[in-house]
Design a protein around this ligand. Structure first.
Ligand SMILES: Nc1nc2c(ncn2[C@@H]2O[C@H](COP(=O)(O)OP(=O)(O)OP(=O)(O)O)[C@@H](O)[C@H]2O)c(=O)[nH]1
Ligand SMILES: [Mg+2]
Length: 425
C-alpha cells in the first residue's frame, strides 16, 4: 500500500513538474518573443529617427537647407488634410498648355500627374493652345483625362509667325551660325516662334480673357508631391503676381544683346521701375554665393538668372499691363527673338524682376517638380512623408542648391527664406 502511494506520488509529482516546466517554457518563450519584437520595433523607430537626423544634419551641413514651410522651424502640425473631397471654392484660373498634337503622350502624362497631385480636388479648367488645329484624338484623350472643363484654342498666325520686320537673309544666316556653334535650339525656327509667342502673345488669346491666373504646364513634366494648398488661392490672398519653383542661369549665347535692350528700356522708362522695391539685385548681383562656385559667364551686368518658365503660375493682369506690353514691344523691336534666340524664361524673369515688387514674386518651395533634366524636391523628410513625395532631394537632378541654380541668390537678394523670416505661407 505504502509502495503504491509512493509510486502514485512520484507519478503525480512528475506530472506537476512537467506541467510547471511547460508553463515556464511558455512564459519564457512568450516574453522572449515579446523582447525580440520590441527590439525589432525599437530598431525600426531608431532607423526612422536616425534617417531623419542624418538627412537633417546632411541638409544643414553639407548643403544649404532648402527653403520651405517644411522647414524645421515652421509649424509642423499644419493641417494637411488627406481628404480629397472636392473643393467647391475655386479661383478664377486655368491650367494652360501650349502643345503639339504629336506630344499627346507627354501631355497626358503631365495631366495625370497634376490631376493626381492637385487638380482632381479642385477641377480647374484646362486650356490648350496650338499653332495648328488640335486633332480629334488629342481632344478626346485630354478631355477624358481632365477633371475640369477643357478648352482648345488655335493661335492666330499673326501671334505666331515671324514678323515682317525681320530680314529674311539675316535671319537665315544667323540661324545657320547658331546651329554651327551648337547652341541649343539655335537652328530652330519653330522654337523661336514659340518663345516669342510665350513672351508676348499667350496672354492675349481670347480663351484666356475670362481668367485672372494661369498655371503653365508642359508635356512630360512631373509633380513629385501632393500640393499642400491651392497655389491660385495663395496668389490671390497674398497678392502675388508670379510664382516659380526652379531658377537657374541662362546660356548667354542665346541672348547676347538682350541686356543691352533691357538697359535701353530702363533708360527710356524710368518711371516704370522702382529700384527700392523690385528684384533688380537678384538679376544683377554676381557675388560669390553658396557652397559651390556659381557659373556666371556673362559679359553684361545681367547675371543670367531666370525663373524656369516651364513651370510658372502668373497673374495675367501683369502681362496685360501697360508696363509689360511696353517692355515686350521694346524687346520685340530689337529683333532678338529671331536674330538671336531669346527665350521666354529670361524675358518673363527680367520683366518680373524689374516691374514687380519683390514681394509680388513667390517661390513655391514645397511643390516638387521635374522637367528634364532638372527637378526640385522638398528637403525635409517630414514634408516628403506628409505630401507623399516621390523624389530624392539628394538626386543628381535636384538643382535646388547646385552651382547652376540661382535659388541661393534668390534667398539672398530676392524673397528670402520663409523660415529665416519667420513667416508662414
Ligand atoms: N503648338 C506648338 N507648341 C510648341 C511648339 N514648340 C514648342 N511648343 C510647346 O512649347 C512648350 C515649350 O517647348 P519645349 O520644346 O518643351 O521647350 P523647352 O522646354 O525649352 O525644351 P525641352 O528641353 O525640349 O523641353 C511646350 O509646351 C511645347 O509643347 C510648336 O511649334 N507648336
Ligand atoms: Mg519643355
Amino acid at each position: 500500500m505504502k509502495k503504491g502511494v509512493t509510486i502514485g506520488g512520484i507519478i503525480s509529482c512528475t506530472a506537476i513538474f512537467a506541467y510547471l516546466l511547460f508553463i515556464a517554457h511558455a512564459v519564457i518563450s512568450t516574453s522572449l518573443a515579446h523582447r525580440i519584437k520590441e527590439r525589432e520595433y525599437f530598431k525600426k523607430s531608431f532607423d526612422v529617427l536616425h534617417k531623419f537626423d542624418q538627412e537633417r544634419s546632411f541638409g544643414l551641413t553639407r548643403v544649404l537647407p532648402k527653403l520651405s514651410t517644411n522647414s524645421y522651424l515652421e509649424d509642423h502640425e499644419k493641417d494637411l488634410s488627406r481628404d480629397y473631397a472636392y473643393q467647391s471654392k475655386r479661383e478664377n484660373a486655368t491650367l494652360l498648355m501650349l502643345v503639339r498634337n504629336w506630344e499627346i503622350e507627354g501631355a497626358l502624362k503631365s495631366m495625370r500627374s497634376l490631376e493626381d497631385r492637385f487638380n482632381r480636388k479642385y477641377q480647374y479648367d484646362w486650356t490648350f493652345l496650338n499653332d495648328v488645329p488640335f486633332d480629334d484624338d488629342f481632344i478626346e484623350a485630354t478631355s477624358a483625362m481632365a477633371s475640369g472643363k477643357t478648352f482648345y484654342g488655335l493661335v492666330p498666325t499673326s501671334d505666331w509667325d515671324k514678323p515682317s520686320f525681320i530680314d529674311e537673309e539675316e535671319f537665315e544666316s544667323n540661324l545657320q551660325l547658331m546651329h554651327e556653334k551648337g547652341i541649343i535650339y539655335g537652328g530652330s525656327k519653330s522654337y523661336r516662334n514659340m518663345c516669342r509667342f510665350n513672351s508676348g502673345f499667350f496672354f492675349r488669346q481670347t480663351l484666356l480673357d475670362r481668367y485672372q491666373y494661369y498655371f503653365r504646364v508642359e508635356p512630360d513634366v512631373q509633380y513629385y508631391c501632393d500640393f499642400p494648398y491651392d497655389p491660385f488661392e495663395i496668389m490671390r490672398k497674398q497678392r502675388k503676381k508670379y510664382g516659380f519653383v526652379i531658377s537657374m542661369y541662362e546660356y548667354e549665347d542665346t541672348i547676347p544683346t538682350l541686356w543691352d535692350a533691357v538697359e535701353e528700356f530702363i533708360a527710356d522708362q524710368p518711371d516704370m521701375i522702382d529700384f527700392d522695391t523690385n528684384s533688380y539685385d537678384f538679376i544683377t548681383d554676381d557675388s560669390m554665393i553658396g557652397l559651390e562656385m556659381p557659373i556666371i559667364q556673362s559679359n553684361s551686368n545681367y547675371n543670367l538668372c531666370h525663373f524656369w518658365s516651364n513651370f510658372e503660375i502668373g497673374d495675367l493682369s501683369f502681362f496685360r499691363s501697360k508696363e509689360y506690353l511696353n517692355f515686350f514691344e521694346h524687346l520685340d523691336q530689337r529683333k532678338g527673338f529671331y536674330l538671336e534666340r531669346w527665350g521666354d524664361a529670361p524675358v518673363h524673369s527680367i520683366a518680373v524682376a524689374l516691374l514687380l515688387r519683390q514681394d509680388e514674386i513667390i517661390h513655391f518651395d514645397e511643390l516638387g517638380y521635374y522637367h528634364i533634366p532638372f527637378g526640385t524636391c522638398p528637403a525635409a523628410h517630414s514634408i516628403r512623408l506628409r505630401q507623399r513625395c516621390m523624389c530624392d532631394p539628394n538626386a543628381e537632378s535636384n538643382i535646388d542648391v547646385k552651382a547652376h541654380s540661382c535659388l541661393a541668390r534668390w534667398w539672398k537678394s530676392g524673397g528670402g527664406k520663409y523660415f529665416m523670416k519667420h513667416t508662414s505661407i
